[in-house]
Design a protein around this ligand. Structure first.
Ligand code: ADP
Ligand code: MG
Length: 699
């Protein structure tokens, strides 16, 4: 399929508003719309009517099954397929799908993580239709986006708290808007997630157990050429990759996902895809789908799509940028400064709310992106540091300074870009010059949270962001609603917020040591370096209080989530550790042994032919390699012992700490020796494809 046909294929597999309007009766459509837009209760008759049309539509599109599609806490999506077929009394079959089946499902949930929320004897969980995210067809299956909860109503997924956080923000933002005499039906947050990924050749992939088991390479010496030439970034896209991207776009477009830009990234074999933004819960569903489809389509093209945050040591890892804003139903972007930000009090108030939220809940934002994989990136000079701060750019910073000091703000003349070539049109410099080192940057009319790992669900950080901003807005509304003089109260509120929270504002280079010093020692910002450092803060009193007050989480949900995230971390590293042991014992040591045998045999043969040969190369290589095999043996035994020792702990936090402090350093130590041995060993003897082969074999 070619691009010209885009309008025909776009959304062709989605039961979207166009389809609903054309297929549902006016009464049913209006009622459903009310549920979607205003959270009105869904009528049973309406559900039945929608289900019937959905089924008809799906059958016309060739679907045979339906599934409630949900996002358990494993981080991937889950589905359980049921066919539409029901036996009819005459021995044939009829295709059935009722309103009940649309609204509610009961998957056996016992093998999804619940962090103690659900005893195994009540294995049942419920899935409930989320009518605000459109149903779609994938692999002949009608997928119904749903929320997933336990028998007792605790959320077991990422969508439920996300929807709750959106409601919390909606509630508080409307209170503020009312004070500005803006009548909004709803306020919703929108997200455009930019997704980075690697593409490597499947043949190479299949030969690397570390990639297969863990998604990243656990060993591998640096290739002679890495990313130092910067020739890959925005470079010409290779034909195989172009074919993949075309195919991917088509698949995404069919599902109504607005994949828009695509380009090469900094590292070799690394690419990025950005969709056009949409409402946060839809964007979350779409990003999950995008990741799934990327992997499927890559396979069709003889490649594997790696979504791990750090597939290759020494090469830039992959992240995801969460572009976030708030808008009303009439499309008013609450983070849009307009022509004169200084005079735009409403904008300044919402901006202040975000500044306050990010400062007050730095720890929640940090932990919302914490995984074992992302620990490799944050603070490693390729991604924003684990310290959260906000970049506002010069112009806005000056506006805020003026307000803080009660000084008039002299609007900056828009600087003209001088390109020195008269034929080119002149345009004004983007005042939000892009500081890529900031984890949380204002980019014109939205904030870009850049700490996410490439495989993260965007649900987690948006839950925290929405909830924290809802809390700021609530505190603001509490003050402003009581004020006798709105104008003055507003001015004071903005001014005080800037004063109290200016420590979180930082326009400089976030990658430097000096910033780490200043941030932690002078400004008192938190620097939660690893998942293990960050995660327990989920249960800090101030965080629990806020999240529970806005009904985003219950206390038991928070406890269970903290547990599950730490468990996830432990399992991930544990598998990595065992994979290393396996590869070393079964492959690396025997391979080096083979090469040593070659060297030894060659040396003695050569010496037997002539007593004049020195065999310097053979002998020194042999000596060093033999030394290395001894080290490797010691290090692998150390690692085995450290992994074994984990079994002694029955507390998940203790286990995670031991992994951070004991297992991971031992893994790194072992790797160092194996990578050195790789540089000394003949490629023919080496058991796995090199970094060079992995990174440069797609053309
Ligand atoms: P970058 O320069 O960071 O690569 P891009 O323009 O490629 O930026 O991507 C920006 C992303 O932000 C896109 O997904 C875009 O749809 C999204 N975006 C644009 N405006 C908004 C907005 N108001 N709210 C949320 N996301 C937005
Ligand atoms: Mg970006």
């Amino acid at each position: 399929m070619r691009r010209e046909k885009l309008p025909d294929i776009f959304g062709s597999m989605v039961f979207d508003d166009r389809v609903m309007r054309s297929r549902l009766s006016e009464k049913v459509y209006k009622s459903l719309k009310k549920t979607i837009d205003e959270n009105a209760k869904l009528d049973e008759d309406v559900a039945n009517a929608v289900a019937e049309e959905m089924r008809e539509w799906a059958l016309e599109k060739g679907a045979t099954h339906f599934t409630h599609w949900f996002q358990p806490l494993t981080g991937v999506t889950a589905e359980k397929h049921d066919s539409f077929i029901t036996p009819s009394p005459d021995g044939g079959v009829i295709m059935e799908f009722s309103g009940k089946e649309l609204i509610k499902g009961e998957p056996d949930a016992s093998s999804f993580p619940s962090g103690g929320l659900r005893a195994t004897f009540e294995a049942r969980g419920y899935t409930a239709w989320d009518p605000t995210s459109y149903a779609f067809i994938k692999d002949h299956t009608l997928c119904i986006p749903t929320a997933f909860c336990s028998y007792s109503g605790d959320a077991l997924d990422k969508k439920t708290p996300l929807l709750r956080s959106m409601q919390a923000l909606d509630r508080q933002a409307k209170r503020i808007l009312k004070l500005f005499k803006v009548d909004a039906k709803y306020v919703r947050t929108s997200v455009g997630p930019e997704q980075e990924y690697f593409l490597i050749d499947s043949e190479m992939y299949e030969k690397r157990p570390d990639l297969i088991y863990t998604g990243r390479t656990l060993f591998g010496a640096m290739p002679p050429k890495g990313q130092e030439l910067d020739d890959h970034y925005f470079g010409v896209i290779k034909p195989r990759v172009t074919a993949f991207m075309e195919d991917l776009n088509n698949e995404l477009w069919k599902l109504g996902i607005l994949a828009k830009t695509e380009h090469n990234e900094v590292a070799p074999a690394q690419h990025e895809l950005a969709p056009i933004y949409s409402t946060t819960n839809v964007a979350t569903d779409n990003n999950q789908l995008t990741m799934e489809i990327m992997q499927k389509v890559a396979r069709k093209h003889g490649m594997v799509c790696l979504l791990h945050e750090k597939p290759f040591a020494g090469v830039n890892g992959s992240g995801k940028h969460n572009n976030w804003s708030m808008a009303t139903d009439s499309g008013m972007n609450l983070l849009s400064p307009g022509e004169t930000p200084y005079e735009n009090a409403q904008f300044l108030l919402f901006l202040s709310a975000v500044i306050k939220a990010v400062d007050d809940y730095q720890d929640l934002l940090r932990l919302s992106v914490a995984t074992a994989g992302n620990d490799h990136r944050l603070g490693a000079n390729e991604a924003p540091p684990a310290i959260i701060s906000i970049f506002l750019g010069d112009e806005l910073t000056e506006v805020l300074e003026a307000i803080k000091n009660d000084k008039p703000y002299k609007g900056k003349e828009r600087e003209l870009m001088k390109l020195g070539v008269s034929a080119l049109p002149r345009f004004s410099k983007d005042t939000t010059d892009r500081n890529r080192t900031s984890p949380f940057a204002f980019t014109g009319n939205k904030f870009e949270f850049r700490s996410l790992g490439s495989s993260n669900s965007i649900a987690c950080c948006n839950i925290m962001l929405n909830a924290a901003v809802a809390e700021s807005l609530k505190e603001f509304a509490d003050v402003l609603e009581k004020a006798d003089d709105f104008e003055n109260a507003l001015h004071d509120l903005i001014k005080n917020t800037i004063k109290e929270h200016e420590r979180i504002l930082f326009n400089g280079n976030g990658y430097t040591e000096a910033w780490v010093e200043e941030a932690t020692k002078v400004r008192g910002l938190s620097n939660l370096r690893t998942t293990v450092d960050a995660m327990p803060h989920l249960l800090d009193e101030k965080n629990k209080t806020m999240l529970m007050a806005h009904k985003v989480f219950t206390e038991s949900e928070l406890k269970s989530r903290c547990e599950i995230m730490l468990e996830n971390y432990c399992k991930t590293v544990n598998i990595e550790g065992h994979t290393m042991v396996d590869m070393v014992r079964k492959n690396y040591l025997p391979a080096i042994e083979d090469y040593l045998y070659n060297l030894a045999k060659t040396t003695s043969l050569m010496k037997s032919v002539s007593s004049n040969v020195k065999c310097n190369y053979e002998i020194t290589t042999m000596e060093r390699l033999s030394e290395l095999t001894d080290y490797i043996l010691e290090r692998v035994k150390d690692l085995e012992a450290a992994l074994e020792a984990l079994k002694e702990y029955d507390d998940i936090l203790k286990t995670a700490e031991a992994i951070r402090d004991d297992v991971i350093p031992k893994m790194e130590h072992l790797r160092k020796h194996v990578d050195e041995a790789e540089m000394l060993t003949s490629e023919d003897c080496w058991p796995f494809p090199s970094y060079g082969k992995l990174l440069f074999s797609v053309y």
